[in-house]
Design a protein. Structure first.
Length: 251
């Protein structure tokens, strides 16, 4: 049986209309997916190829990046323009990828901004700038290097995330200035920081759709590899349930 194929959304440099702009992705996203037992594949923002991607993929990872979702996507007005960086082409592409994956029940892992996009798709809203909207003594955009865990989160009992990690709490890194405000009927909050900031979510009723606000690809905690192993296992299950061997389709 072949290893499952997991697509990862990249970031982009410069402006979208700059002929020299690049798609890029930190290597540790790919190495974490590979170590979990899957084949990582970086997905360029080609809107006309979204359905073709989904025809071939066994799971997706919506990666993080130094950008924000336009508040208009969740029915709010921009409140902190000087703190905001928008990449409309990336958001549009990831949104189409997410919607298609949800429709097909393809396993999904959202990291940082990827988690926030999942939440917005499920009808949640975001704090646009935590230092202003929810002041805290916890440093959510840490100055320490990213492989160092800087604050604690507590996991919801019997959540999918708690079952995967086998922990009630853990120390995580923190690299964000926005955050999900709260869950709803479709969205379970599966982890929170001590100051109440939402740190993980799960879509209720989906085969595997987990969003985490921190960056587990840095492996700052010894348990975080389990998240990528669980994603690979869910990807294999998806293809078996679909009647297709993992990775059977050609690229």
């Amino acid at each position: 049986m072949r290893k499952p194929l997991i697509g990862i959304s990249p970031d982009r440099s410069d402006e979208a209309n700059n002929i020299e702009s690049h798609f890029f992705l930190r290597r540790n996203y790919c190495s974490a997916v590979a170590a979990g037992g899957a084949i990582p594949l970086i997905l360029p923002y080609q809107m006309e190829l979204v359905e073709h991607y989904l025809d071939r993929l066994d799971a997706i990872v919506l990666s993080g990046g130094m950008f924000d979702i336009d508040p208009l996507w969740y029915g709010a007005r921009p409140a902190h323009n000087s703190q905001m960086c928008l990449k409309p082409d990336r958001t549009q592409f990831e949104h189409a990828l997410l919607r298609g994956a949800l429709k097909r029940n393809i396993p999904i892992l959202g990291i940082c901004g990827g988690m926030q996009l999942i939440a917005v798709e499920m009808g949640a809203r975001l704090f646009q700038h935590l230092p202003s909207d929810m002041p805290s003594q916890i440093e959510h955009k840490q100055t320490a290097t990213c492989d160092i865990a800087t604050h604690r989160i507590k996991l919801a009992k019997d959540s999918r995330l708690q079952q995967i990690l086998g922990l009630d709490e853990l120390q995580v890194n923190s690299l964000h200035h926005q955050a999900v405000i709260e869950g709803n009927q479709r969205l379970l909050v599966s982890a929170s920081a001590d100051d109440g900031v939402v740190e993980a979510i799960e879509i209720i009723g989906h085969r595997f759709c987990i969003g985490v606000q921190w960056h587990p690809e840095y492996q700052a905690h010894a348990s975080e590899h389990k998240l990528f192993s669980a994603l690979a296992a869910a990807a294999i299950e998806f293809r078996i349930m679909s009647g297709i061997l993992p990775g059977q389709g050609s690229l």
